[in-house]
Design a protein around this ligand. Structure first.
Ligand SMILES: *[C@@H]1O[C@H](CO)[C@@H](O)[C@H](O)[C@H]1NC(C)=O
Ligand SMILES: *[C@@H]1O[C@H](CO)[C@@H](O)[C@H](O)[C@H]1NC(C)=O
Ligand SMILES: *[C@@H]1O[C@H](CO)[C@@H](O)[C@H](O)[C@H]1NC(C)=O
Ligand SMILES: *[C@@H]1O[C@H](CO)[C@@H](O)[C@H](O)[C@H]1NC(C)=O
Ligand SMILES: *[C@@H]1O[C@H](CO)[C@@H](O)[C@H](O)[C@H]1NC(C)=O
Ligand SMILES: *[C@@H]1O[C@H](CO)[C@@H](O)[C@H](O)[C@H]1NC(C)=O
Ligand SMILES: *[C@@H]1O[C@H](CO)[C@@H](O)[C@H](O)[C@H]1NC(C)=O
Ligand SMILES: *[C@@H]1O[C@H](CO)[C@@H](O)[C@H](O)[C@H]1NC(C)=O
Ligand SMILES: *[C@@H]1O[C@H](CO)[C@@H](O)[C@H](O)[C@H]1NC(C)=O
Ligand SMILES: *[C@@H]1O[C@H](CO)[C@@H](O)[C@H](O)[C@H]1NC(C)=O
Ligand SMILES: *[C@@H]1O[C@H](CO)[C@@H](O)[C@H](O)[C@H]1NC(C)=O
Ligand SMILES: *[C@@H]1O[C@H](CO)[C@@H](O)[C@H](O)[C@H]1NC(C)=O
Length: 647
């Protein structure tokens, strides 16, 4: 009986095999589908998600990540996002062609979703367009695909989503893509595509999301881009596109996101020409281009705008007062242009504004008092304009949300105003550099406990650094260079005293009149400093051994001081050091042999000291020019003249 059953099963299998299907245990699986999936699996060596090892037997429709059509039994979806998360072993050449078995055998596929570190390498098979007539979605993002996008892809006429972003695909975009009339989403960003955007793309009339950013695309934005009538998101940023922004963009009634920044676009901002255009435009980035002319007076018609960046162009003329109509605006970046005139009073209507940056323009004062209405403003950057403010307006300190204040190069005179102490919102970043501030660094600064950045460089401040700075436990960046400050600096290394980890990464006290020693370096919590510049002062004494604890230091400049004694061997422990400038001091003795351990050193200046003996032989020390060692008492050896042999 049981042998009869076996016989039956055997014969049945043969029959179904001949038919091209396998049916065991009632789960149909097309033989081609099974072969395709099996050989796909064989091409993947590591599946840290553990899904593929469970692909055994013949019931492929039951496998994880596989969906079959319950009528035909054919595989219609393969869904294995993030298949392999270990990226060490699988990007190898034998992986090439993993896609081929899927594409040539699973001919009923409607969805291929293998995005995100699946580990597919190699090319997209050039025949892809001939095998998958039902494909609606192809997602291969975040793999290691190379080569170009095959022309035949234009035959996948049912394709709605093509997601190939974050690969290493190159070549030009095939014009045949323009035939995919059902395409809704085309995401090809962060690849190495070059050449122009094909004009045929304007035939993609169902496209909702087009993202080509961070490639090497050239040429112009297609003139008839307005034919993409349902387009909501357009990102062409970070390419090499030239020419003008097409006027026709104005006709895109659904567009909400438009990123054209970081290209070589020129000419004027062409929109809008009347009210009601671009009614949904909320996010507009045109920065980092060569746009010129004025910000159109009609700009205020774009009432849906929330975030706008026009920075780093060549825009001129006044900031249009229509800007005040943009009541949904939260961030406005206009820095790095040639805008002139005054800030319009209408700015006060932007009640949602969180960030306003107009630095590096030709804006004139006075500031309109209406700015005091910006109740939500957190960041204000007016640096380097022709404002000639004389004083910091008091209303500024009454803005309830303001915490980042950049007023560098604004012609501010007099003392640092006391009212900054009592701002309703704690100040996190304060840049008053390149002004004409005089008087002292006030002791109350120590009460700004949330301060992260303080830049008072380039003023005429005369005082000590107040001891209260030690309570600034969150301070990360301190720039006091080019003032007339005096006294000791050791309290700098005690900033955040009593807190386990110092947050200071950058200190510049150069070009002042500080005196005393530096023996506290490395003693406090502040061992995360990456950049320390104490040059052009009157510091004296030795570099302490504790310098070895400054393990994050990349740049150390102690030049033009009165420092002396031997260079400590411990400096060799500061192994990330790229820049070391100790010139114009009174250091004595030999260059420590340990300096040969400073593998990252790119810039070294030991000149004009009292050093002597042989320069340790080897990299990186021999790579520096003579001038790095000149003006010492008796240094010899490469790159200077050879040392005299001793007898
Ligand atoms: C095999 O599968 C095809 C569809 O792929 C179907 O038309 C055919 O009826 C199946 N044959 C058997 C014996 O199940
Ligand atoms: C086939 O699948 C569809 C949708 O997944 C479902 O609605 C339908 O009931 C299924 N048919 C059978 C016979 O299982
Ligand atoms: C892609 O493959 C190359 C070797 O062909 C490898 O060097 C590179 O690290 C891989 N890229 C990623 C993102 O893993
Ligand atoms: C758009 O499609 C039409 C019809 O298929 C075709 O004639 C035309 O050349 C296409 N336009 C572009 C720019 O490729
Ligand atoms: C711009 O593109 C280049 C090259 O494609 C890439 O390396 C860079 O990270 C991109 N920059 C940004 C800001 O996306
Ligand atoms: C906008 O569309 C209208 C109607 O389709 C057309 O007449 C006009 O020329 C288009 N404007 C631009 C700038 O392309
Ligand atoms: C502007 O462009 C420069 C050079 O192309 C690039 O380095 C920089 O990151 C860009 N800035 C922004 C904000 O994208
Ligand atoms: C900026 O525009 C002016 C004309 O308005 C032009 O003379 C100048 O060359 C432009 N500068 C740059 C850097 O493009
Ligand atoms: C401080 O401001 C000056 C001039 O405004 C600038 O050059 C410097 O880079 C700023 N310092 C820091 C650490 O940002
Ligand atoms: C800076 O302020 C001093 C007085 O504190 C004044 O004499 C000097 O002219 C000012 N310099 C500039 C460039 O405004
Ligand atoms: C340190 O400051 C001085 C004077 O301000 C400057 O000339 C020098 O370039 C700075 N050193 C480094 C490494 O940036
Ligand atoms: C410098 O590093 C060496 C080896 O890592 C260690 O033995 C020595 O104690 C360190 N020197 C100082 C002063 O910390």
């Amino acid at each position: 009986m049981s042998s009869q059953l076996l016989w039956f099963v055997f014969v049945f299998s043969i029959i179904t095999f001949v038919e091209g299907n396998i049916s065991i245990g009632g789960e149909a699986c097309s033989l081609n589908d099974l072969r395709g999936l099996t050989s796909f699996k064989a091409g993947i060596q590591i599946d840290s998600s553990g899904r593929l090892p469970k692909w055994v037997g013949h019931s492929c429709c039951k496998w994880e990540g596989i969906v079959c059509d319950n009528r035909t039994g054919r595989v219609i979806e393969i869904y294995l996002p993030g298949l392999i998360s270990s990226d060490e072993f699988f990007f190898q050449s034998q992986m090439n062609g993993q896609l081929s078995p899927l594409i040539t055998l699973l001919t009923s596929l409607e969805v291929i979703d293998l995005g995100g570190l699946v580990g597919l390498a190699g090319n997209i098979p050039s025949s892809i367009g001939y095998h998958l007539p039902n494909l609606r979605k192809l997602n291969l993002y975040g793999n290691n695909l190379t080569g170009d996008v095959p022309e035949s892809i234009g035959k996948l006429s049912k394709l709605e989503e093509l997601l190939l972003y974050e690969n290493r695909l190159s070549g030009s975009l095939p014009p045949s893509l323009g035939r995919l009339e059902n395409l809704k989403m085309l995401l090809l960003y962060s690849n190495q595509f070059s050449g122009p955007i094909p004009d045929s793309f304007t035939n993609l009339t169902n496209l909702i999301h087009l993202d080509l950013h961070s490639n090497y695309l050239t040429g112009q934005i297609p003139d008839r881009i307005d034919q993409l009538q349902v387009l909501k998101e357009l990102d062409l940023s970070n390419n090499s596109l030239r020419g003008k922004i097409p006027q026709s963009l104005t006709n895109l009634t659904s567009i909400s996101v438009m990123y054209l920044d970081t290209n070589y676009l020129e000419g004027e901002i062409p929109f809008p020409s009347s009210f009601g255009q671009l009614p949904s435009l909320a996010f507009l980035r045109l920065h980092n281009n060569s746009l010129s002319g004025k910000i159109p007076p009609s700009f205020g018609y774009l009432v849906s705008l929330q975030r706008v960046s026009l920075a780093n162009n060549n825009l001129s003329g006044a900031v249009p007062s229509s800007l005040g109509n943009l009541v949904a605006l939260t961030e406005l970046y206009l820095g790095g242009n040639r805008l002139s005139g005054q800030i319009p009073t209408s700015i006060g209507q932007l009640s949602q504004l969180i960030l306003l940056s107009i630095s590096h323009n030709l804006i004139q004062g006075p500031l309109p008092h209406e700015m005091s209405l910006l109740q939500n403003l957190q960041t204000l950057d007016l640096s380097f304009n022709s404002l000639e403010l004389s004083t910091i307006p008091q209303w500024l300190a009454e803005l309830p949300s303001l915490s980042k204040i950049f007023l560098a190069g604004c012609g501010i005179q007099g003392k640092i105003p006391e009212f900054l102490q009592t701002t309703p919102s704690p100040i996190q970043e304060l840049d008053l550099s390149a002004n004409n501030l005089s008087g002292s660094i006030p002791a109350w600064l120590g009460s700004l406990t949330q301060l992260y950045l303080l830049n008072l460089s380039g003023n005429s401040l005369v005082s000590n650094i107040p001891d209260t700075v030690t309570s600034l436990q969150d301070l990360g960046v301190l720039d006091l260079h080019s003032n007339k400050l005096t006294g000791p600096i050791n309290q700098i290394f005690e900033i955040g005293k009593g807190f386990p980890d110092g947050s200071l990464t950058c200190i510049d006290l150069s070009d002042n009149s500080f005196s005393g020693g530096i023996e506290e370096i490395g003693m406090g919590a502040q061992c995360g400093i990456q950049f320390l510049n104490l040059s052009h002062n009157f510091l004296e004494g030795r570099i302490p051994m504790t310098i070895a604890r400054m393990i994050s230091m990349q740049s150390l400049d102690l030049s033009y001081n009165e420092l002396s004694f031997n260079l400590p061997e411990a400096l060799a422990n500061v192994s990330l050091l790229e820049t070391l400038k100790l010139q114009k001091n009174h250091f004595t003795g030999k260059i420590p042999i340990g300096f040969l351990e400073l593998r990252n050193l790119k810039e070294l200046d030991l000149s004009d000291n009292l050093l002597e003996g042989e320069i340790p032989v080897g990299e990186p020390l021999i790579n520096f020019p003579e001038s790095s060692y000149s003006g010492n008492k008796g240094l010899c050896g490469k790159p200077l003249t050879p040392c005299k042999p001793r007898f």
